[in-house]
Design a protein around this ligand. Sequence first.
Ligand code: SAH
Length: 345
Amino acid sequence: MTDIKNLSLHELEAFLAGMGKEKYRAAQVFKWIYQKDVEDFDEMTDLSKEFRSRLKECAVISSLTPEKVETSRDGTKKFLFTLDDGEAVESVLIPDEKRMTLCISSQVGCPLDCGFCLTGTGGYERNLTTAEIINQITAVKTSLQPEEKITNIVFMGMGEPLLNLENVVRAIDIMIGEKGMLLPKRKVTLSTAGLVPQIEELGSRCTVNLAVSLNATTNDIRSRIMPINEKYPIEVLLDACKNYPLPNRGRITFEYVMIKGLNDSLEDARRLISLLRGIPSKVNLIPFNEFEGSTFQKPDRCDVDAFHKYLHDNHLVAITRSSKGDDISAACGQLRGKLKGRNIA
Ligand code: SAH
């Protein structure tokens, strides 16, 4: 059985061609699934009965149902999904005044082992399929009130999306495609710890916003907290960022997790400005979210404010991300799914 949600539009065209069907049939099926949220071939009323029953013989339309939904006092919601093989991932819905941002996962666990990230401490299990990525969105969408709408998608949940490039690119195509979910590409952001060849490949295959978890201003510190920096040091990473083709007039978001006494000084702020010179950028300052077992501490508010002000005074666009959903462990770096059979922290 083929899960239609694992196929791009082109792949579905080829699949249906194998059944002797015209190309435009794929667009019809896509629209039923992604624009009308239909999960049953029988509801696709512009397809013949005969075609629908043949589809049912060889294909399925998968879905995910949240096993648990927790709501934070600030309105953030965390969804826990159990997958077919018993693994679990989380997605986080973050409503604010104008936006409704859904933060989705791309892997079960993560192999990158960044020292400040709880997801990484649990190890890595596997990549998500395209269907599992897309179904996080569909499931959350289905749970919304009629007047509510997801406006932004960020790949900032569990996992390193660029280590799952094929499935992630296919999922992005479904999100932004005109026969797909119809999300504007400026509203989709992929966040990476900085895998240089894959940043280049992503740029050549689709244009979405890029966020890069920079988190330090010297290679020494960055390598200490992000082992991937040994492979792709800051200057190589920033070169790839300079060449990334952003959606029109876009900027690259640099995420900067501030950790007390490690990377939160004005000296760091000064270095950050000189590193980002010449790159259309904005900086997201994320005060470190503490978790049990971590040796790092969150920075003092006054240091965060001083850092922010220094960037601002030097004309670098910066926001300090308020820690959404921390009471339900839904904040940045706090997602860990259910980590089957493992005992951590
Ligand atoms: N692997 C990708 C996607 C995960 S995004 C990436 O690294 O970008 C998760 C974001 O949360 C990253 O910017 C990361 O730096 C940040 N983060 C991870 N752990 C955190 C913590 N404990 N406190 C604050 N931010 C954290």
